[in-house]
Design a protein around this ligand. Structure first.
Ligand code: FEO
Length: 405
């Protein structure tokens, strides 16, 4: 897609990846974009690059605006390869350009490229770069997303280049939020924001809150947020800031995600009366079978819901592997403000429900113990107990949810 002017003399020059479905293990059914930006000021300045496979896209877009040899500055807000792996291709076209990057960014860059001949300027929060009519201010945001990360604010344009933050994995010809909503819907956009937050930024809620507070304290007026993935927020950038604050504060729906896997359908049979018990308590319920659902979707559904029930058969005295994988993945995302419970079937010794409860404790999540186990296949009596288990768990979730309203 050709370059798009987003502010006077500031252009999106990125690439759209319509086909990516596995983004380092994160399933992306809607593809993604690698956004980077060119400031056509007295000093031509590039902000970020794109994934290496797409370097011809961004180079073509840059060439449509200027000779790349005229690039004077390159700001690298984040060194993850989806944003920085084209840097050597770009530097080959403008070898005299100066790279602006954080200290940790430079160290990371040196692990990916031979940087010995590159001019690099280390920047920290508060440092500025005057490109002509525009002034760029740098704001370090370590761990949002990596230790090297920073954001760049263009003072005169009230524009924040936010790298991963406020992004979405959406391949779309729409470049702006209002364009996207016009051709798709706000629901689809919000869902993409939650999906991205849950799978990438969930561990960093506290940092997000403190960075947003820092931006507010600096009194930065923001009328556009341009992330490195997905659409650009121009219609109402305040709405995405609020959405992020809500997500960081643990906002969730009064709803239960029932996430399970099954061997011979016994654990699966348990989900039906449990779900019915939940519904009869007036709580919405989403049922997800792990081997039939991408991990990233299960994570998103977990994050949207105040409560979560994990169902697993016992295999060799342990959790079923797909359930263990899900819980390990979830633990790495350091979830908060959710309440958990466990259920499952077993043949002799048991162990899956016990291990699920242990995982919840390691994650320091609220939980309802001890869960429910069924020997081999649920009997009618077992199904009645599952129904009561679902009702009781829904009551606990409703009670817990009151802490957040
Ligand atoms: Fe989109 Fe942390 O890279």
């Amino acid at each position: 897609m050709k370059s798009v002017e987003i502010k006077p003399d500031i252009y999106w020059v990125g690439a759209i990846d319509w086909a990516v479905r596995d983004f380092h293990g994160y399933l992306t059914p809607n593809g993604t974009t690698y956004n980077n930006y060119l400031i056509m000021d007295e000093q031509v300045t590039l902000v970020d690059t794109v994934k290496q496979d797409f370097n011809t896209h961004t180079i073509k877009n840059i060439k449509s605006l200027t000779d790349p040899s005229k690039i004077v500055n390159i700001v690298i807000n984040h060194i993850e390869p989806d944003h920085a792996s084209s840097l050597d291709s770009i530097m080959a076209l403008c070898p005299n350009a100066t790279i602006y990057i954080t200290n940790k960014g430079q160290k990371g860059l040196a692990r990916h490229f031979d940087i010995s001949k590159w001019k690099i300027k280390i920047v920290k929060t508060g440092d500025t770069l005057k490109t002509g009519k525009y002034t760029l201010s740098f704001l370090e945001t370590p761990m949002l997303h990596w230790p090297d990360s920073m954001m760049t604010y263009v003072n005169e344009a009230k524009l924040l280049f936010s790298q991963d933050a406020f992004g979405q994995h959406l391949a779309t010809s729409a470049r702006f939020d209002d364009d996207f909503v016009e051709c798709a819907s706000i629901t689809e956009l919000n869902d993409a924001v939650v999906d991205y937050y849950a799978n990438i930024l969930m561990p960093f809620g506290r940092l997000i809150k403190s960075k947003i507070a820092e931006v507010q304290k600096l009194g930065l007026e923001i009328d556009m947020i341009a992330p490195d993935h997905g659409i650009i927020w121009r219609k109402d950038p305040g709405s995405i800031l609020k959405q992020y604050l809500d997500l960081a504060n643990g906002k969730a729906e009064l709803r239960i995600a029932l996430i399970y896997d099954t061997m011979w359908h016994s654990t699966e049979r348990m989900t039906i009366p449990i779900m019915q018990g939940i519904k009869d308590e007036g709580v919405d319920c989403k049922v997800i079978k792990l081997r039939a659902t991408p991990m990233s979707v299960a994570i998103k559904e977990f994050w949207k819901s105040r409560g979560c029930l994990i169902g697993s058969p016992t295999l060799n005295n342990l959790l079923f592997p797909s359930v263990a994988e899900f819980l390990t993945h979830l633990r790495g995302l350091r979830p908060k403000d959710r309440i958990m419970g466990a259920f499952g079937s077993y043949g002799w010794g048991g162990g899956a429900v016990r291990d699920a409860n242990e995982e919840f404790k390691r994650m320091k999540l609220e939980m309802v113990e001890p869960g429910i186990q069924v020997l081999y296949k649920p009997s009618l009596e077992d199904e009645n107990q599952c129904y009561e288990f679902g009702k009781n768990f829904a009551v606990k979730v409703k009670e817990y949810h009151k802490n957040f309203i």
